[in-house]
Design a protein around this ligand. Sequence first.
Ligand code: PLP
Length: 427
Amino acid sequence: MTAPVRTHPRHPALAAADPRLAALVAAEEQLQADTLRLIPSENYVSAAVLEASGTVLQNKYSEGYPGKRYYEGQQIIDQVEALAAERATSLFRMDHANVQPYSGSPANLAVYLAFLKPGDTVLGMSLPMGGHLTHGWGVSATGTWFRGVQYGVRRDTGRVDLDEVRDLARAERPRLIFCGGTAVPRTVDFAGFAEIAREVGAVLVADVAHIAGLIAGGAHPSPAPYADVVSTTTHKTLRGPRGAMLLSRAEHARAIDRAVFPGLQGGPHNQTTAAIAVALGEAAGPDFRAYAHQVVTNARTLGEELASRGFDLVSGGTDNHLLLIDLTSRGVPGKTAAKALDRAGIVVNHNTVPYDPRKPFDPSGIRIGTPALTSRGVPASEMAAVAQWITQAVEAARTGDEPAIAKVRAEVKELMDGYPAPGLPVG
Ligand SMILES: *Cc1c(COP(=O)(O)O)cnc(C)c1O
């Protein structure tokens, strides 16, 4: 499909040593440059984050923690990890940060290891209602090694019902309660969850993987005053490298650290730790605050534009970066729509909607979000155009109108050309 590149402007050594792989990287750069990426868990990292994640820190083994390593030669790595942890605790206002989890799923598994024995009960949001696999869903290790009890959202509001959560917590007595999720378009009521957790003696984990960047930028309330543990990926709205962090109150620091290492992992990925530190430094700045608020403004505006074109939004809209769209009334299944949108240069994922009558692999909805387009500087005034393209592509999916899809793709590319992405080569 793509001709091998003999040179790559930013990766000359890679292009010389492995032209085939370099060509794939170049093709992916082109794809990310040309398309309107609306996957709410994706983003564009800065050139600085990208550089930090490709450094010689890659070459080190560092089992243990700063000052308590199992390998010598950690003079510099200790400083890198301490810097990342310090920036994390200061940005999220928690006592302790562990920046070693390889990604969000292992971070969550470490939380189970820190607080639960196999068979103990965990209360989390059900996957088809917007929760994450690792919140005790059946096919996940967290739902087979532990007893998962699940809350959902109300059919009439599309929102979490804390009365349901409280009733479940009182009846099931979970040791761990997860709040947050992957397809939750509304503000998480950390205070409400904390009250329930306190009443039943459970540890409250706020899984803010999706909204960490909004929290850091002041565009979503902070879980810090309420949660015992905050779990987050670093690569979604936070706009760092692929990785994760566990933040906690001081009393849980030791349990969390022991669970991550030696409980679950070996050596940390130091190049990722460095890139997390860079991302956290960026997230503490004024530009990031503006970005976080713009993500929300763009999502709200896009939601209004879609609703005015007759789209059915779960919960009626959004408070954050994410929209969940039920396509039942459009006569197109989620997957068919997502594939047509992809051909139109608009990248989304198919998603279950609450009480979805269709199967999870071919559900009724799509999930879209505004972090990546906001990182490119696309303003709210373009959301009407975005909504119009989504409308046209979904309609074209229903009627099989491929020329209409090709027309949208050309228009999308024209918009994207006007907003170069951070971290990608220009032109
Ligand atoms: C993305 C996500 C995770 C898992 O992150 P991975 O890095 O994909 O393992 C966990 N919890 C929530 C709520 C997420 O959105």
